[in-house]
Write a protein that binds this ligand. Sequence first.
Ligand code: ZN
Ligand code: ZN
Length: 272
Amino acid sequence: MDQNKLINRKDTIANESILPVTDSPFQGTIKISILYDNYQVASDTQAAWGFSCLVAGFSNTLMFDTGGDGEILGRNMEIMHKHRVTLDSVVISHNHWDHVGGWHYVRSHLSPHILYLPFEPNAELKNETESHGVVIKYHQNPVKICDHVYLSGTIGDDPPEQSLILNTQNGLVIITGCAHPGILTIIDRIKTLFTSEIRLIIGGFHLKSCHEEELRAIATQMKIRGVLACGPTHCSGDLTRNIFHDQFKNNYFSLGTGVELWLSPNQLSMNI
Ligand SMILES: [Zn+2]
Ligand SMILES: [Zn+2]
């Protein structure tokens, strides 16, 4: 991206939406439940290629991505006792099957009110969704979706992707879908929007084809950027998980289906 584009982009962000972030950080406890993932942690849940998690604790309950298969998502939700949740909105990170595939299941079984997309829906998706009373929101720029919860705005174009940002007392929590634009690019963009440090980043890091030296360099760069803890999963790759575990030690979370992360002002813990 050339410098002019960068300046224009910042102007756009400043004019349109969320800067400065005036929200005070969230003081309560947040629960992030991994519903769908390439990795299985709880033995009765099923792993499959894709990602979905549930974010509860804020004024709105959100689902981030819907996995690749609605039936698998539904079964995992039932096993995790999440199938009767009152869902306010669904955020889709990007338009790949392993993130949007469970949408029809979610729409028909959980009846969310709002669907946040990082792309313009085609006529079929728009009609089918809106005819069931779901409002579609498409934002290219960063936006606040409820108190303490933000979307990054679209980053990259192959495909455009958005991340979810939670503004907590101990720093930002970032959830990524596949991180196609690059995990460091996503972090750098979000750091232009917030002054808080990044407490935790989880989700797909898209580093499957990287070798060990590259992975160590990326982990180091994340720490230099102030990332305290991480949980690479989905398309991150086994080697990424091993290297990041080695680099982040106790601040690494081995995520997969059936895991619940509890984040309170004093504690960050993983329950299965
Ligand atoms: Zn993808
Ligand atoms: Zn993916």
